[in-house]
Design a protein around this ligand. Sequence first.
Ligand SMILES: [Zn+2]
Ligand SMILES: [Zn+2]
Length: 371
Amino acid sequence: MVERTCHHCSEVIASIRTCASCNMVFYCSESCLTHHNADKAGCSKMSYYSQLTPPLLSLPFTFAEETCSETFDDRALINFLKRQGVFNLGLWVRETPLSVLGFLDVLPFGELETVFDPYVLPIEGLALENHPIAPLEAALASWEGYYKWRGFPLSSPIAILLHHVMTVYHILQSSGVASQPESVVLLAGVEKEADLLITFLELSSLLPGKTISVIMVGPSISAKISGNCFKHDNLTVSRYCMTLQEYLRSNHQSCSVDVIICLNAGLAAYTSWRDAIVEIVKRQIRCYITDFCLLSLDMSQQALLSLTLQLESALNHMNMNSDLTSRSSENLSVKLSEPVINPFRCPVRKFCESARFPWFSNAFICELIFC
Ligand SMILES: [Zn+2]
Ligand SMILES: [Zn+2]
């Protein structure tokens, strides 16, 4: 039995009751439902979010009905990975729920790199170690297209390991950055992607003839591997144990960064983003963020609004440093573009205890707009 909690008070609930207005949130008592309904913005926003559930669940995989179900929790994920023969093996270790591993068992990010058989699945592993037979005729825009090109059956779960790199590919394509002969891509707030370095080799096959440099930065990246640089054909990947703002401030090369990508950013959830956004605004570098759900993006939009107000008021008091005072206050305003659904989102739904929320890793993509 899947454990559910009340959306309002977080108590575990025995028998599930769902708000009849939004049909999204679970509640334990009439009093908690009254609280939720009184918060009109909350309940009507939930109704709006629920409209995007069908397109989010629309994925081509034969296993999607199972992995996108609203009851797909950690236990169901473990059973699924065991049936696929990949549970806690190779790079799939990073997909093992933390509830099983235990917090102390978690290797620092980036230290899993020496695994002998990273993909575990033989057909996928063999294919991904080699360039594809046919070059791409047009940019890929769906998992179906990618699987067809690679010759993978739609029953293969490999998209779970590849969704980070395919999201980066999609952003490079849709932003036009991929059409440049050379590009420097700064991936910020990196955690488990640091261990998926080998999956980023796929960029070399997807964008042949382009010189691509991927720089991963994140304070959770292991200091042991920080500064290591990996080269393969037209691709270079390097990883640094530092925050985005530290990288931008310390590195005089930061002016060569073409695009910053923050995967599953959660701008409102981490206060450290504030300083990073200030550094991005100063340099006006193109920046894309992804997130699990629209609620998190709405909160991010609010956080950016309050940051903009703070920057403007600081400018008015002439307390800003010289970089900023040279710009007009209009340039300090920053917001998110309208979110779009990422075709290369993770095909495994992240379990939500208190609502029928369709959370997926890298579900939505937004651009940071300077205005
Ligand atoms: Zn309650
Ligand atoms: Zn409701």
